[in-house]
Design a binder for this molecule. Structure first.
Ligand SMILES: Nc1ncnc2c1ncn2[C@@H]1O[C@H](COP(=O)(O)OP(=O)(O)OP(=O)(O)O)[C@@H](O)[C@H]1O
Length: 695
């Protein structure tokens, strides 16, 4: 049985013709020339799903789910010498800043209209209406239109209301009933579409129904969570943790986060506790002794690296507070945990050390599974899931959220999931149409002056929203932060070489609008849900299109519109074709020079595939693509016509909100949260006042 929907309109597919393509609300009625769909001989969403559980054949010869590509995994060859730069350079027009300002105006006006449309705590649900949804597998539970159609439990329902989630997003409509029914799920949906809640609600609801694992005052020395959520980065883990705490507010469900990148004592992070104030001296002493070596090394490193006395002082103080946290954190873990949110490496370490046992696990969720594999976590994930005492598939529920479906993910799915349902919301790998994409041809040497022009123009035009700038390297991020700051623009950097406290500080400062320009590496590209990011700038484009989709997905979230600007240089030749495909698909205007690049790159690169993993196409191979269940894939020959691309991609993420177990006040700087303090909190979507622009 399978369900096949277009947005919330329901109705099984059954051969029904679809919209020719999804047109984002802010582009509807806009005169966007898009002659290229025809050239491909398919319309992205024109596929027809007739047979239950199938859906292979799209209108116009495009094959869903069976998209082939054959190039070996790896990145395409890069930049070609002597690309005719001058031929294309005219794209960087002198009125660049004005053009950006215009885009903002357009988005702003539409934002107001959308807000007037109301609903969903500010989320623009209309933006999701045309998104095709497909769920395949045996006996797929039907979707719901409202949260109260499912018995989620009063406590959780109250929190959903507190969060001002008036109705479920498309992925939630489908995933929640499936997960509440106890089914295994493999899901993909577009960035910012509410996946975190989609797996958190069922987990919390089921834990509440089955009884809590942890009671206050427990004395376990080994934590035995009943649910485990694995995610690739500390930021994402922390964010899921914070989000889950909002949903579990006052229900008694205990949620703990454990992440890598710091000493084991710093891993099990419960950010607030009444014991916090009681232990500082003792903890500092213990921590200093135990970690003297690590602290000293880091201390020396910082002093070599840093030139800012304040920063050094901050870092030194942060050690002190980490020290305080560590004992509290371990104490909280030992107190009992229902849901453990963790990064794989650290979790494996903690299990090895006997801090955590997985034998009580009933729910396992893997968020950003493809990213975890990209980061080399597969061995740890397999060890955690298969060799460390976790109940086998069938005795636990497993939910896997992944942007892409390379062979490794497929193997993981067949090893970890049982009789699962495949859910796709929007075509896998597509970017949301809420994001207005702009590509500028800017060579490396001109990038700095270009971004200055852009940001100053933005500032002068009163567009002082949060702006996220991506660079390729950590050094590049530091250098750009320095350059922008020196030029009077309020910027702060975040990347993997920064210690956790610095990273958190940067995020907080950015979210609060104190430093409204965040310069980041890919550490911030996935999952992070920072409200009010209205502009993403790819100062350096990533090497593969997946990363591009994730990066720009930091804006245009939860139904809001956003702007994404990218600086394309000759170095990005291999990205031209997939970029053009992606932009055409979401009805974005493709600059003529980029089309030229794309054409040239197809001549040069035999593959030309859209995603690095899958390379180009042409015939044969076994890549899963489209928005179809890969279990239905054809593994045979090519499907003609559509050379190359295969698709993967949804995304995931969550939120830096906050609450506590029975009441602590949320740090005001973190995402739009009203206060806490025991007696219920209000979760809102307050606008961030990006005051830092005036510095
Ligand atoms: N039903 C809902 N109503 C209103 N807002 C919602 C709803 N569900 C989620 N949101 C909000 O939408 C935003 C995006 O949600 P979330 O971060 O879970 O998306 P995601 O799909 O995981 O994103 P990404 O793919 O980037 O990781 C969050 O701010 C969240 O609070």
């Amino acid at each position: 049985m399978s369900w096949d929907f277009t947005g919330g309109r329901g109705g099984a597919g059954g051969g029904r013709a679809r919209l020719p393509s999804y047109v984002p609300p802010h582009l509807r009625n806009a005169p966007v020339a898009n002659p290229y769909n025809a050239a491909y001989g398919y319309s992205p969403y024109s596929a027809v799903y007739n047979a239950p559980g199938y859906g292979q054949y799209g209108g116009g010869g495009y094959v869903l789910g069976g998209q082939q590509d054959f190039a070996p995994r790896g990145r395409g060859r890069r930049g070609r010498g002597g690309q005719r730069r001058n031929e294309y350079e005219s794209s960087s027009s002198p009125s660049f800043a004005d053009a950006i300002a215009e885009k903002f105006d357009e988005l702003e006006v539409l934002g107001e209209e959308e807000a007037a449309g109301g609903g969903g705590g500010g989320i623009n649900f209309e933006a999701y209406d045309d998104i095709p949804v497909k769920a395949t597998g045996s006996e797929v539970p039907p979707p719901v239109e409202r949260f109260d159609e499912i018995d989620l439990g009063e406590g959780l329902m109250q929190n959903i209301r507190r969060c001002k989630y008036s109705k479920p997003t498309p992925v939630q409509k489908h995933a929640i009933p499936i997960a509440v029914a106890g089914r295994d799920l493999m899901a993909c949906a577009q960035t910012g579409s509410g996946k975190t809640a989609a797996f958190c609600f069922p987990i919390i609801s089921t834990i509440l129904k089955n009884g809590l694992n942890s009671g206050p005052g427990g004395t376990r020395t080994v934590a035995q969570p009943s649910a485990l959520i694995l995610s690739p980065t500390r930021e994402l883990s922390c964010q899921i943790h914070e989000e889950a705490k909002k949903f579990a507010f006052k229900t008694g469900v205990r949620i703990v986060v454990a992440y890598g990148g710091a000493s084991i004592q710093q891993q099990v992070s419960v950010h607030q506790s009444p014991f916090y104030c009681l232990l500082p001296l003792l903890v500092l002493l213990v921590n200093s002794v135990v970690h003297a070596h690590g602290h000293f090394a880091a201390f020396v490193w910082w002093h070599i690296q840093g030139s800012d006395v304040g920063l050094r002082l901050f870092n030194s103080v942060s050690f002190f507070f980490y020290g305080i946290c560590c004992v509290v954190q371990l104490y909280n873990l030992e107190k009992g945990v229902d849901i453990l949110v963790a990064t794989p490496g650290r979790l494996a370490d903690m299990i090895d050390r006997g801090r955590v046992s997985l034998k009580m696990i009933k729910h396992l969720a893997l968020d950003e599974a493809d990213r975890m594999l990209d980061m080399g976590f597969e061995p740890q994930i397999r060890k955690i899931v298969q060799q460390m005492g976790m109940p086998p598939p069938g005795q636990r529920q497993t939910m896997l959220f992944s942007a892409t479906f390379p062979d490794e993910i497929q193997r993981l799915a067949s090893d970890f999931l049982k009789d699962y349902i495949f859910l796709s919301v929007g075509r896998v790998g597509s970017s949301t149409g809420l994001i207005s994409q702009k590509i500028e041809l800017v060579q490396d040497m001109d990038k700095r002056s270009h971004i200055m022009k852009l940001l100053h123009g933005q500032k002068a035009n009163g567009k002082r929203d949060l702006t996220l700038v991506f660079t390729e390297t950590k050094k590049g991020a530091d250098a750009l932060e320095y350059y922008l700051s020196m030029s009077g623009l309020p910027a702060i950097a975040i990347h993997g070489d920064k210690v956790q406290m610095e990273r958190e500080r940067a995020l907080r400062s950015f979210k609060a609008g104190v430093t409204p320009i965040l310069v980041a590496t890919d550490v911030a590209s996935r999952g992070l849900d920072i409200p009010n990011v209205s502009h993403v700038i790819n100062f350096d484009l990533p090497k593969d299109i997946d990363d591009y989709v994730h990066r720009i997905g930091r804006t245009g979230r939860a139904g809001k519109s956003g702007l994404a600007t990218a600086f394309f240089s000759d170095q990005n030749m291999s990205l031209a074709k997939p970029l053009v495909e992606l932009m055409k698909e979401s009805n974005q205007e493709v600059p003529p020079w980029l089309n030229e690049y794309a054409k040239n790159s197809s001549n040069i690169y035999s593959g030309g595939g859209r995603y690095r993993r899958y390379g180009g196409g042409g015939g044969g191979g076994s890549r899963h693509g489209g928005y179809d269940d890969y279990r239905n894939d054809y593994s045979g020959g090519g499907y003609g016509g559509y050379g190359g691309a295969s698709y993967g991609g949804y995304d995931s993420g969550s939120y830096y909100g906050d609450n506590g177990y029975g009441g602590y006040a949320a740090p005001p700087a973190w995402s739009g949260l009203g206060g806490g303090g025991g007696g219920g909190y209000e979760l809102g979507t307050e606008a961030v006042v990006a005051s830092g622009w005036d510095m």
